[in-house]
Design a binder for this molecule. Structure first.
Ligand code: AQP
Length: 333
């Protein structure tokens, strides 16, 4: 058995993946698998928390697997699987839902943001309880780290509270304490049309989609909202648009914001700056898109998912059994 530390993360197939998903999550998964035994899943059950067309859900799911492979996930290092292929996620969810509180769940930013746009009477229970399922997703694999973008940090913090509560209640280390790991640069990519808002696949205004044609990506960057000045420096409060583009450039160049800023100190035209940012985005995304198309059209996806499912079920069932015994459920052969 492998003694490496473990990592777990996932993406929900609610729409076309964005540059935010790429920089905040996907891009980091490849690095993580070099140091951690890695589990990466498609959070398809989470996608049901808001109404979604079944056909779109299926094709988004396949897309994400192809994106994982295109991002360089190696099936010998990372188990890639579907959440719905591992029944233990739903089973652990049924247990953990009794260990989290209404007050905690109602304070989650994602729930508040998404439900604010809805008629109170029609807010789905699944949307409210989303973080419980996310706790189950994480804890089944006993990961040391959970690589996510900044918006998911709060859910991982809630999971940490749950681990503390659960382990204390049963006076045993049933769950290992997971830690959210966000990228140093690019943990919250903002919308290009409103850089005070997160770039989000379910609110697609101002998004760069990973499937956008290169000319569309360039056009979107060239018309990104900025302020009226002409100097390039990082000031998210007063220059959110320029700061967002700097962040994108720095993240894709694997340099700090300060280094990116220094690079542009002699440029005093936003147009010239945007062109360099667009070149950088395309340099990264064009080969990525080619690999994605190859994976989407060959037959490896099902094999990858079958192998991932077997490994995930093995680990998940071990944890589930341990939890069932701990809480007093009668486990028998
Ligand atoms: N704008 C972003 N910047 C950096 N990271 C981001 N992530 C999402 N948006 C950004 C990270 O991508 C991973 C997958 O996210 P998810 O699909 O689980 O859902 P989410 O966090 O709610 O992301 P979206 O794109 O906004 O989805 P919808 O619109 O469906 O709710 C996570 O690690 C997330 O932090």
């Amino acid at each position: 058995m492998c003694n490496m530390k473990r990592s777990l993360s996932g993406i929900k197939p609610t729409g076309n993946l964005t540059l935010g998903n790429y920089i905040g999550a996907l891009r980091g998964f490849k690095k993580v698998q070099e140091e951690y035994e890695s589990f990466i899943f498609v959070a398809d059950l989470h996608a049901l928390t808001l109404p979604i067309d079944p056909q779109a859900l299926r094709s988004n799911t396949k897309d994400i697997v192809a994106f994982y492979l295109a991002a360089g996930l190696d099936v010998n290092k990372t188990s890639i699987f579907l959440q719905s292929d591992v029944p233990a996620h739903s089973e652990l969810n049924s247990i953990l839902i009794n260990y989290l509180y209404m007050g905690e769940l109602s304070r989650m930013t994602q729930f508040k943001d998404k439900s604010a746009k809805m008629n109170h009477e029609a807010i789905g229970v699944g949307l409210f309880a989303y973080p419980v399922l996310m706790c189950a997703d994480i804890l089944l694999y006993q990961p040391d780290i959970v690589p996510v973008g900044e918006d998911q940090r709060q859910h991982v913090e809630l999971c940490r509270d749950l681990v503390h509560r659960f382990n204390t209640r049963y006076s045993k280390e049933i769950f290992i304490m997971p830690k959210a790991v966000t990228p140093k640069v690019g943990a919250r990519i903002m919308s290009l049309s409103d850089p005070t808002k997160k770039m989000s696949k379910s609110d697609p205004k101002g998004d760069i989609f990973l499937k956008d044609e290169p000319n569309v990506i360039r056009k979107k960057i060239m018309s990104a909202i900025t302020d009226t000045g002409s100097d390039i420096f990082y000031d998210p409060e007063n220059k959110p648009g320029i700061s967002n583009l700097l962040q994108i450039y720095a993240a894709l160049s694997d340099i700090s914001i300060e280094e990116a800023q220094a690079k542009f100190k002699d440029i005093h035209q936003y147009g010239e700056f945007k062109k360099i940012v667009a070149d950088k985005v395309l340099e990264e995304l064009v080969p990525f898109q080619e690999r994605y198309k190859e994976f989407l059209n060959n037959k490896t996806i099902n094999d990858v998912l079958n192998a991932g499912k077997d490994k995930a079920r093995y680990f998940a069932n071990k944890t589930l059994t341990k939890v069932k015994k701990t809480v007093g459920l009668y486990v028998h052969e």
